[in-house]
Design a protein around this ligand. Structure first.
Ligand SMILES: NC(=O)c1ccc[n+]([C@@H]2O[C@H](COP(=O)([O-])OP(=O)(O)OC[C@H]3O[C@@H](n4cnc5c(N)ncnc54)[C@H](O)[C@@H]3O)[C@@H](O)[C@H]2O)c1
Ligand SMILES: CC(C)[C@H](C(=O)O)[C@@H](O)C(=O)O
Ligand SMILES: [Mg+2]
Length: 358
């Protein structure tokens, strides 16, 4: 049966990189229909809301969502619920996308583009499993008020609530342990249990779930140390599991190990394998409209979509192989370019990937 993909390009470089991913998908001539809709700042401009009902409906009834990026500094002063970023948060929550897989792979051709020494990153292949629908991102209560107590009583304060429930940690733990079983059988759980109750519950729960996976070695690491280890000896890590906020920060850090944030794809999944697939980076307003963004994270996110949600692993393999091929042939957008390589625009990179499909 023909499957349906909701295509939400969003803001900034979103439409430029999405055009490349669609070009690649369409060149594969798959049994898919694509339906586009507005999301983020462009949706706010058209409908007065970053996640219009029609876009949410399309996302819900589709087999997968291919998402670009949202965010535009010109909307930074809107009330929070109208800001473009609320669209991605709203979609994650509405679709129950509690699993976020962010693989950080350093292709051998890009070793030089990493900010770390080549020997530290060559062959790097790590997977961040980030919990995506809980934590301080969604915890209530939150808000602004006049502080009722303490040293600054009477002053305006802002507050958010970091929360995780046991079943919420258990379900992401199972995903992470299973991922570790399929890889190096080593799982690093990242928390801040030396300070936070939320993290202590996280750690206790990880330890309990670990008993069901005796073949996987579980290690705990405080998030400050994890941030350090990621740049000290990243290849000692294989699968990391962590909460929403820590995962957001660590995945951008891991992105730079691979050479550019423009290389980091991601999958957000629910229990039914329905997913939203997006690059880990944002709308990059500083380079939008210039056709110079790196589209590979978006193209690799499309490959993840074929693998994880649409049961088309051969097509996913083809895309991933084509990306490796264009890198081997020396094609580089500006963010990963170095002397001796072929500098290409965003759309030329898309064309190169299409030409490299076999
Ligand atoms: N999932 C999302 O949609 C998402 C993710 C992160 C940030 N954002 C939003 O994006 C906007 C910009 O945020 P930011 O500047 O902090 O982060 P960003 O990821 O958009 O950009 C950070 C830096 O990386 C560069 N960059 C990002 N993607 C690139 C690519 N594909 N090729 C080459 N260079 C690339 C940018 O030019 C910029 O210098 C904000 O509104 C933010 O809230 C959205
Ligand atoms: C835009 C923002 C809400 C989002 C997040 O914090 O999850 C982004 O940074 C990401 O990494 O996908
Ligand atoms: Mg982020």
């Amino acid at each position: 049966m023909t499957k349906k993909v909701a295509v939400l390009a969003g803001d900034g470089i979103g439409s430029e990189i999405m055009a490349q991913a669609l070009k690649v998908l369409k060149a594969l001539d798959l049994d898919l229909v694509y339906e586009e809709a507005l999301v983020g700042g462009v949706a706010y401009a058209a409908y007065g809301h970053p996640l219009p009902e029609s876009t949410l409906k399309l996302a819900k009834e589709s087999d997968a969502v291919l998402f670009g990026a949202v965010g535009d500094f010109k909307y930074d002063n809107l009330e929070r619920h109208l800001r473009p970023e609320q669209a991605i948060l709203g979609l994650r929550k509405a679709l129950g996308l509690f699993v976020n897989l962010r693989p950080a792979v350093c292709y051998k051709e890009l070793t030089y583009a990493s900010s770390l020494k080549p020997e530290l990153v060559s062959g790097l292949d790590l997977l961040i499993v980030r919990e995506l629908t809980g934590d301080v991102y969604f915890g209530q209560p939150r808000g602004r008020r006049i502080s009722p107590d303490g040293l600054f009583a009477g002053s305006e304060e802002g507050f958010d609530t970091m929360r995780y429930s046991k079943p919420e940690v258990e379900r992401i733990a199972h995903v992470a342990f299973k991922a570790a079983q399929g890889r190096g059988k080593h799982l690093t759980s990242v928390d801040k249990a030396n300070v936070l109750e939320t993290s202590q519950l996280w750690r206790d729960t990880m330890n309990r779930v670990a008993k069901e996976y005796p073949d996987v070695t579980l290690e705990h690491m405080y998030v400050d140390n994890a941030a350090m280890q990621l740049v000290r000896a990243p290849k000692k890590l294989d699968v990391l599991v962590t909460g929403n906020l820590f995962g957001d920060i660590l995945s951008d850090e891991a992105a730079m190990l691979t050479g550019s944030i423009g290389m980091l794809a991601s999958a957000a999944l629910n229990e039914k394998k329905q997913g939203l697939f997006e690059p880990s980076h944002g709308s990059a307003p500083d380079i939008a409209g210039q056709n110079i963004a790196n589209p590979l994270a978006q193209i690799l996110s499309a490959a993840m979509m074929l693998r994880y949600s649409l049961d088309m692993p051969e097509a996913a393999d083809k895309i991933e192989k084509a990306v490796k091929r264009v890198l081997a042939e020396g094609y580089r957008t500006g963010d990963i370019w170095s002397e001796g390589c072929k500098k290409v625009t965003c759309s030329e990179m898309g064309d190169a990937v299409v030409a490299a499909l076999q």
